[in-house]
Design a protein. Structure first.
Ligand code: WT7
Length: 567
């Protein structure tokens, strides 16, 4: 290894430094004393995130600050408590109880936060759905859980194929009665006509189900990863030490709660830390984002490399139009953070960008760059206190520094998934060696414990930090009448990390054409989701296959593609 570039930490009054005694004798158990349940024995993540702050005298603090297209407003912690109590009562009146699934299909909007909190208050397992999902993606998830309850917006309900979802009994719309069709219930009207039940919070045990997020792998359909209320221990302390959230922070996590980052670090961690959350609707737009950062006075910002690269690509002149001097801490997650992006952050914002690594399955950050530590650009950072990371070979033997192997973690952190829904065999595959969680990522570690991402050990695609299973995209394309065979891979891309590329063999009678190409793209976009739609399609005469089983060799397709781009 050559000499590593290092960027020293800035002077600052960081939580992790203030808490040094706790960190020195760190055990997860020590962190439990922060929670009211360590005294009362009464557990509910939402109580710790909202109600207790009101009880502690912080009711008038702003919890949510919403920047919408047509409106801007704030909700205090007291208002968030009252609203979530009220919506919980509405849900309970229709039978929602402990352990039920409640799906939430809403835009980035305070309603989404309130709906999630209301469901969790009742001990239900909340299933937030990404706002860009189309019919198939929505149907698959709700059907897999035989979901009975759904909260959707007037816009997004149009993408819920009710006739194909017989399990779905109750659908609330975040709108007025005139915006509802058939048996849909207006959540707003119902809430107006309801009196919040006193003490509606259901107490649960720490291992009780909290939320479900579907996530893709290289094979099969997306799997439902269920987390438990115990995740709050790690979500709180990483919020405190990694995000460095303090009482006066205005915090913006740009992810939608349909992705685990949007739930854990967009909703739970900031509320557990009593910060103010900024919510901004819509997807990426450089001017819009800079203007939100300025208007909201964002102090802590958590986003993804693709977004930072897109901002970078827009040019630094844009930045001079905005006052972003309030930003004091920046973080990144989801894909490799290029050293150039870190250098850009220092040059333009005078801030380091702190990479963090974790996965849907891990429930919270595991490999991080603490604000007090040196950053080695190109590295994802070091294990969070209490986390033990190793690089293993195929036999589960620990590798020496600098050697590429499987990134594995001692399976003892509180936020680790509770189960893979209906698939215990899949769950077991994460633990091939006694006591270790094997991530599926390949990595190296240097002598100082810094970990460097090297790629995936499977065919999973990561485009703009969004995890895409090639199988899902292939299955969708196979439904198109023109498609005989298809293989899908992630092709390296300077801005998005990877893009989805499909290799397609057409059925006889079909001709390759630009029109067909567009149609196939639209087919995935409309059926599954825009981010899963292949940006590139190449028509082939045949696809490489394994000799005996005849399985399509994605690896070979990928190798060819890498050769072409010279990687
Ligand atoms: C996969 C997990 C929960 C975080 C958002 C993504 C990749 C994640 C990094 C990083 C390089 C990263 C890994 C991982 N990934 N963070 N800092 N550097 N790669 O969660 O959708 O479950 O995806 O994202 O490959 O396995 P996810």
């Amino acid at each position: 290894m050559g000499k590593e570039e290092v960027i020293d930490s800035y002077e600052g009054n960081y939580n992790i430094a203030a808490d040094l005694p706790v960190r020195e004798d760190f055990t997860w158990k020590t962190i439990e004393s922060h929670f009211s349940w360590s005294d009362t024995g009464k557990v509910n993540m939402v109580y710790e995130s909202v109600d207790r702050h009101v009880a502690d005298g912080y009711g008038e603090k702003i919890a949510l600050h919403y920047f919408g297209e047509a409106e801007e407003y704030t909700l205090t912690y007291r208002e968030l408590k009252e609203k979530s109590d009220l919506w919980a009562t509405v849900l309970k009146n229709k039978g929602v109880k402990k352990g039920d699934f409640v799906f939430v299909f809403l835009e980035k909007h305070p309603d989404c936060h309130i709906a999630m909190l209301a469901a969790i208050k009742l001990g239900a397992i909340v299933g937030p759905l990404f706002e860009a999902f189309m019919e198939d993606a929505v149907k698959e998830r709700i059907a897999d859980c035989e979901g009975t309850y759904l909260i959707a917006s007037p816009e997004l309900i149009k993408r819920v194929p009710r006739e194909e979802l017989p399990s779905l009994q109750t659908v609330w719309i975040t709108g007025e009665p005139e915006q509802c069709n058939g048996d849909e219930i207006s959540l707003y009207a119902e809430a107006r006509a309801t009196q919040a039940e006193e003490g509606i919070t259901e107490w649960v045990d720490l291992n009780h189900g909290l939320n479900i997020h579907y996530t893709s792998g290289s094979t099969g359909r997306p799997k439902g990863i269920i987390h438990a209320h115990r995740a709050m221990i790690q979500q709180y302390i990483t919020g405190r030490w990694v995000l460095d959230l303090k009482d006066d922070d205005v915090y913006w996590c740009t992810a939608h709660p349909g992705w685990v980052t949007g739930t854990v670090y967009g909703v739970f961690a900031p509320l557990l830390n009593r910060a103010t959350i900024v919510i901004h609707g819509g997807r990426f737009d450089a001017d819009e984002w800079y203007s939100v950062l300025e208007k909201a006075g964002v102090t802590v910002w958590y986003s993804a490399p693709t977004a930072y690269r897109m901002l970078m690509a827009k040019g630094d002149e844009k930045l001079t139009n905005y006052d972003l001097s309030k930003i004091r801490h920046i973080l990144s997650v989801g894909e490799p953070l290029n050293p150039e992006v870190i250098r850009w952050g220092i040059k333009t914002l005078s801030r380091r960008i702190h990479d963090t690594w974790w996965m849907t399955e891990t429930g919270a950050q595991l490999i991080v760059n603490l604000p007090t530590e040196r950053i080695v650009p190109g590295s994802m950072g070091k294990p969070f206190p209490g986390v033990e990371a190793v690089i293993l070979d195929e036999a589960g033997k620990e590798l020496l520094p600098g050697k590429v192997g499987h990134l594995a973690l001692k399976a003892n952190w509180p936020a680790i998934m509770r189960e893979v829904w209906k698939d215990p065999a899949k769950y077991e595959t994460y633990f091939p060696f006694e006591g270790w969680y094997v991530s599926g990522d390949l990595a190296t570690m240097d002598e100082n414990g810094y970990i460097f991402f090297q790629g995936r050990s499977d065919d999973m695609i990561n485009s703009s930090g969004e995890r895409i299973g090639p199988f899902e995209v292939e299955s969708k394309l196979m439904e198109h009448p023109a498609v005989a065979e298809v293989g899908v891979i992630g092709k390296p891309d300077a801005v998005r990390g990877e893009i989805v590329k499909a290799f397609i063999v057409l059925k006889s009678g079909y001709e390759t054409s630009e029109a067909l190409l567009q149609e196939l793209r639209q087919f995935v976009r409309k059926g599954l989701a825009a981010h899963a739609s292949p940006k590139e399609i190449e028509f082939m005469e045949e696809l490489p296959k394994t000799p005996i089983s005849g399985k399509i060799l994605r690896r070979e397709l990928k190798a060819k593609e890498l050769e072409k781009v010279g990687v």
